[in-house]
Design a protein around this ligand. Structure first.
Ligand SMILES: C[S@@+](CC[C@H](N)C(=O)[O-])C[C@H]1O[C@@H](n2cnc3c(N)ncnc32)[C@H](O)[C@@H]1O
Length: 280
């Protein structure tokens, strides 16, 4: 691999540069992700089992309807969808990971749960006034680029019934300067990114003018084959979030901190804000 290519690859990305590849839908990586989702102990792809149970119960306490139609966007293997269905709600889960949707569908059938899973990109949602509640959980809102955010919010608003609620969580601005990833080198015979030898170079960057942290992964495989993955993780102050939601028609917007416990976890109750917004 020549010097100028390495230099170019490891330069600070320009704001909203796209990587060459998508992690969630890669056939090999999505298998590693499914294992991480299903590990009840860690917060890697889904939060720990205990946190998911607590968050699901908290979500249900935000509404007083005993039987809701719920849309779970980015449902992964259905960890929230199952808990909500077990409480008597009718759930639709949407995810663009084929692997997760396949697993979730099999589980729902085996457990005889009323969940409809759809393999779809949630940027292209097409529901109209169908749901009492839409959830988008585990900071997925943060990685939406501004144009995508506009589109997803408009779709969510349309998919809700009058009086329906949208619940989601985001990173807030507290201690944000401590949240930029450090440089990490990884040399593997096989692992998370590839079933063959690779070198992964990870670096983090802060773009304060856009209130976004970038997570940049460069994965170099055999034959100098390179994949890059960039996640743009926005953080949101309350006033900004309220203005974004109001511009799409949402009202009765409430922010909740400490839904997650205060802990030494990288993202804890202090750094994560949950929002509840209503369709008028
Ligand atoms: C961080 S995981 C969270 C999964 C789940 N909400 C949870 O907390 O257990 C993000 C999920 O969103 C899915 N996802 C990301 N972008 C998506 C998109 N544009 N359309 C559909 N699913 C998406 C991923 O495949 C992944 O399952």
């Amino acid at each position: 691999m020549n010097f100028s290519l390495i230099k170019e690859l490891t330069d600070r990305p320009k704001l909203y540069d796209k990587g060459t590849s998508v992690m969630w839908t890669d056939p090999y990586i999505s298998k590693q992700l499914l294992e991480l989702h299903l590990n009840p102990e860690n917060d890697a792809a889904s939060r720990s089992k205990e946190k998911i149970e607590n968050i699901s119960n908290w979500i249900l306490r935000q509404s007083d309807k005993p039987k809701m139609k719920i849309l779970d966007l980015g449902c992964g293997p259905g960890l929230y969808a199952e808990l909500l269905a077990k409480k008597g709600h009718i759930v639709t889960g949407v995810d663009f990971s084929e692997n997760s949707i396949r697993y979730a569908t099999t589980q729902a059938k085996e457990k005889q749960l009323d969940i409809d899973y759809i393999h779809q990109n949630y940027l292209n949602l097409d529901f109209d006034s169908q749901f009492d509640l839409v959830i988008l959980i585990y900071l997925d809102f943060c990685v939406l680029l501004p144009q995508e955010r506009e589109k997803v919010l408009a779709n969510i608003y349309r998919s809700l019934k009058k009086g329906g609620k949208f619940i989601f969580d985001v990173v807030n601005e507290k201690n944000i300067t401590k949240k930029t990833l450090s440089k990490v080198w990884e040399v593997q015979k096989n692992g998370f990114w590839k079933p063959a030898p690779y070198i992964a170079l990870t670096n983090g960057y802060h773009y304060p003018e856009a209130k976004v942290l970038a997570e940049h992964h460069i994965v170099i495989g055999e034959n100098d084959n390179v994949d890059t993955y960039i996640f743009w993780n926005h953080y949101y102050e309350k006033d900004h979030m309220v203005s974004i939601l109001e511009s799409k028609g949402f009202t009765n917007i409430k922010n909740h901190e400490n839904v997650l416990p205060d802990s030494n976890d990288f993202w804890n109750g202090e750094n994560i804000t949950f929002y509840v917004a209503e369709k008028e």
